[in-house]
Design a protein around this ligand. Structure first.
Ligand code: CDP
Ligand code: CDP
Length: 227
């Protein structure tokens, strides 16, 4: 049919998931859902309210009256928490370094997974995260597992930071990435792992356009199949 496919893009930190997912969504006119932004937003709110990031019951309580919404924006989609724009706040280093703790709590994962599936119900969707192909959208027609060397990923983050006037040394960034990947890969519930039917793409020496073209070709093959 012409309803649009489900495209799941998973992988470790700074592999290029969100950059590539946004461009693919634009090309195919699909909805884009940044699930990492949702985990970041929950972490920010808990930190603001003094809710322990490892207390699943308290987090579940907080989530009962928490609204997370996306709005179109240029150059990036805006994220709202209970009506307040938190697009910049959720990218702060303290949120980045705490998010894996919140994301390991089962109550949080269940709640956000339900919200993500609701967003996907609308039709063609590109969703990026850690457990999209394995847990959130196990029937997605296209599953991509993006990877890149940790050196390359630390360099990408260093460049992104420099543009924002942040100058954390590259060794520190590299270590932060390794710690977060380790936590995300070893948690009990929906850890970061490649789905059996996902296509692995190493982006270490690929440009953004190369990656977008490769994934687009896979989507086009599957669109033909579904027609
Ligand atoms: O953009 P970056 O690679 O820094 O990470 P992100 O996609 O914004 O995700 C931030 C964190 O949220 C990850 O390190 C995971 O701890 C968590 N996350 C998750 O557990 N499951 C997802 N589907 C997406 C993110
Ligand atoms: O979402 P995720 O954390 O996986 O990565 P990202 O925030 O989309 O990408 C991190 C940085 O890598 C961005 O500045 C991209 O421009 C850059 N980059 C990329 O995404 N893909 C490449 N093939 C090369 C660079």
């Amino acid at each position: 049919g012409n309803k649009g496919l489900q495209v799941a893009i998973d992988g470790p930190a700074s592999a290029g998931k969100s950059t590539v997912a946004k461009k693919i969504a634009k090309r195919f006119q699909y909805i884009y859902c940044d699930t990492g932004a949702m985990y970041r937003t929950v972490t920010l709110k808990a930190m603001q309210q003094g809710v322990a990031l490892d207390d699943p019951a308290a987090l579940a309580d907080m989530l009962k009256h928490t609204e997370i919404t996306f709005k179109p924006g240029d150059p990036e989609q805006l994220v709202f928490l209970d009506g307040t724009d938190v697009t910049a706040a959720i990218r702060q280093e303290d949120v980045t370094n705490n998010v894996s703790t919140t994301a390991a709590q089962g109550t949080v994962r269940t709640d956000l997974t339900n919200r993500q599936r609701e967003i996907a119900d609308a039709g063609g969707i590109v969703m990026d995260g850690r457990d999209i192909g394995t847990t959130v959208l196990p029937d997605a027609q296209v599953k991509i597992f993006l990877v890149a060397s940790v050196e390359e990923r630390a360099q990408r983050r260093f460049k992104d930071n420099a543009e924002k006037g942040i100058h954390t040394p590259i060794d520190v960034l590299r270590e932060e990435i390794e710690i977060r990947d380790h936590k995300d890969s070893t948690r009990k519930i929906s850890p970061l792992t490649q789905a059996a039917d996902a296509v692995k793409l190493d982006t270490t020496s690929l440009s953004i356009d190369d990656v977008v073209d490769k994934i687009s070709a896979i989507i086009e093959q599957n669109v033909e199949k579904s027609n």
